[in-house]
Design a protein around this ligand. Sequence first.
Ligand SMILES: C[S@@+](CC[C@H](N)C(=O)[O-])C[C@H]1O[C@@H](n2cnc3c(N)ncnc32)[C@H](O)[C@@H]1O
Length: 198
Amino acid sequence: MKLNWAERLVVNNPVRVRIQGLIIHWIKGVTELPPQARILEIGCGRGAGACLLQDHFHPASLHAFDLDHRMILLARKYLRPEHRDRISLYVGDALTLPYRDRTMDAVFGFGVLHHLPDWRGGLKEIARVLKPGGIYFLEEFYPQFYQNFLARRLFLHPEHDRFYSHDLHGALIDAGFTLKGCLEQKMFGVLAVAVKKD
Ligand SMILES: C[S@@+](CC[C@H](N)C(=O)[O-])C[C@H]1O[C@@H](n2cnc3c(N)ncnc32)[C@H](O)[C@@H]1O
């Protein structure tokens, strides 16, 4: 589901970039990526996360996409010249990833899964494209945070079949992941690094 004006304000600003930078430092403390990694970022928004991923991990390839073409237009403007040749941006849907099975070393999703009406389908797609041993990083929020009285009036999210902590953990296991690192506040959300089993 695309963002409304209020959430676009929340994500398209320098504070959000700073937070993503801190999150990437945390990820680097939890795991490494192989040299020459193939990285995918789902729901990349205006591309700030993709630039940070490029600067921190220097992958062989970095593909980033968003459902919202306006976000991809913003991302094309946001990328600095040194990023433009290295990051491939496109409009796409996390439910139908245009990659063969077992081709990605890492998939990053900053605040995306809880925007998918079929979030379990999204998880399966991510697992499908990851190589065995590949990494899925997720930053996610729980309904207590985004479906409370105020958030419901401000933001736009899918309403049905939402995941709480135990649903997400169970679905990660069902999709073939084990957790390598996890920071969680059950009333708020989670940062996790999950590894796809062989
Ligand atoms: C909360 S924003 C996060 C944006 C960016 N990752 C960040 O952290 O600043 C969620 C993003 O996911 C995108 N999105 C929602 N559903 C999607 C889908 N099915 N496929 C790809 N992107 C999607 C939205 O358009 C939005 O840009």
